[in-house]
Design a protein around this ligand. Structure first.
Ligand SMILES: Cc1cc2nc3c(=O)[nH]c(=O)nc-3n(C[C@H](O)[C@H](O)[C@H](O)COP(=O)(O)OP(=O)(O)OC[C@H]3O[C@@H](n4cnc5c(N)ncnc54)[C@H](O)[C@@H]3O)c2cc1C
Length: 386
């Protein structure tokens, strides 16, 4: 078994590092201390720079604005980006359109995503439908060549910045719940859409409630067939659960603490005790395992395979590792680690205080840990549903 990188891949990694080093200025909306709008502007400017260099959608075909690069190159870019907290590539709707979209839809939307002209939000969850997503109630009713949407979405990340939203609706209330759902693309500027912010405990405004009141959308904006939108949505979810970003986030948090401990020791002049060393050793081991699980998913994609329970394994293991890392850092740094970035006594710019709060959501977003374990148990291990 050879887990090494080819010379070409190593050279590519160097080029990626150089690009990120030159262009990324460290803005990270998730880790910010309330300065979310400025961070967002910096992130957008960086994404435009990525698009100019063809990094944003590098594995897409050239005709849709990509570079036809390999999945492994795309993964290397995503990994190097996540190691410094930079955005790694275009979101979820593009890859979904690539599989389920019509040629007209692809030509309309993919080049604009590749050029960082359009930003998308994901309208799936509702106040009564999260883990049991197929129970969603937002209605879309046909009216000639249009559908009229009424209902509410919640936890809509970035809806306050988005130009478009991809949204799941119920088009047949009498069908079994998975078979009456249709998937639409809707411009956020459509009359009848309103967005209300939800403030998070670490100070950022990442997500929102999104309301639809008599929102008219052309029927041609449906992705996939009417009432078959569930199967399109699961494609999007598999993409969302894949990716090496979480594993790289674990590594970034670990490296940051280890470097600081080696350089400056513990705050308050304390010495590193045995149990703290063991926590770091555990963290190193689990980080390595998570990285290999993440690589496996990317490798499957590069071979044209569709990771499913494998993506869930990567998601649950690495998102739980992110939380464990934040807890370990606070344990090791003591009260200094729990101080906010604005405190004069904080260490490492308060990053572990921030991640202690922000990583809570990582085991919930894109499907909770319990849901991922259900997927692994049923689709991975072939166990009957409980
Ligand atoms: C940071 C963040 C960003 C998000 N962004 C978006 C977004 O952009 N768009 C969007 O549509 N949604 C988004 N979400 C919502 C996310 O998808 C849901 O929060 C998630 O699916 C869980 O749904 P819920 O919150 O309704 O919890 P519930 O489904 O009500 O779950 C509550 C608890 O019950 C457990 N549970 C439920 N069902 C089962 C079961 N069958 N077996 C075992 N345990 C179960 C859950 O694991 C959980 O612990 C985001 C969430 C977060 C935290």
């Amino acid at each position: 078994m050879d887990f090494g990188w080819s010379n070409d891949e190593l050279a590519f990694r160097d080029r990626v590092r150089e690009f990120i080093h030159t262009n990324w200025n460290g803005a990270d909306p998730e880790e910010g201390d309330g300065d979310e709008s400025g961070a967002w502007e910096r992130t957008r400017a960086y994404q435009k720079e990525m698009a100019t260099h063809g990094w944003l959608t590098m594995a897409w075909p050239k005709e849709y604005g990509g570079q036809a690069a390999s999945f492994m190159e795309q993964m290397i870019f995503a990994e190097e980006s996540a190691l410094v907290g930079a955005p790694g590539g275009a979101g979820l709707v593009g890859p979904t359109l690539m599989i389920h979209g019509t040629e007209e839809q692809k030509r309309e939307h993919l080049p604009r995503i590749a050029a960082a002209e359009t930003v998308w939000a994901q309208g799936y969850s509702e106040p009564g439908s999260g883990s049991d997503l197929a129970s969603l109630q937002t209605r879309a009713v046909r009216d000639g060549d249009e559908f009229v949407i009424n209902g509410q979405k919640i936890w809509t990340s970035g809806a306050h910045h988005a130009d478009w939203i991809h949204v799941l609706t119920r088009t047949d209330p009498d069908a079994p719940k998975h078979r009456g759902i249709s998937y639409f693309m809707v411009p956020m500027s459509t009359p009848g859409i309103s967005v209300r912010p939800l403030q998070q405990m670490h100070g950022a405004h990442g997500f929102n409630e999104t309301f639809f009141e008599d929102v008219r959308v052309p029927a041609k904006n449906m992705i996939g067939e009417e009432n078959r939108g569930w199967y399109v949505a699961t494609t999007t979810l598999d993409f969302e659960r894949s990716g090496v970003g979480r594993a790289a986030g674990v590594q970034m948090a670990f490296d940051g603490l280890l470097t600081s401990l080696k350089q400056d020791g513990l705050p308050g002049g304390r010495t590193l005790a045995g149990p703290q060393r063991h926590q770091l050793a555990e963290w190193a081991m689990e980080g390595e395992v998570g990285r290999i699980i993440g690589y496996r998913v990317a490798w499957m994609q590069s071979k044209g395979l569709v990771p499913n329970y494998e993506a869930s394994m990567s998601k649950v293991f690495n998102s739980e590792n992110l939380q464990k890392g934040a807890r370990r850092a606070i344990n090791i740094l003591g009260f200094y680690g729990a101080l906010k970035p604005s405190s004069p006594h904080t260490v490492l710019n308060g990053r572990y205080c921030q991640s202690y709060m922000s990583t809570v959501s990582r085991t919930i977003a894109a499907g909770t840990s319990e849901v991922q374990r259900n997927v692994i148990a049923t689709r991975g291990l072939g166990l009957p549903r409980g």
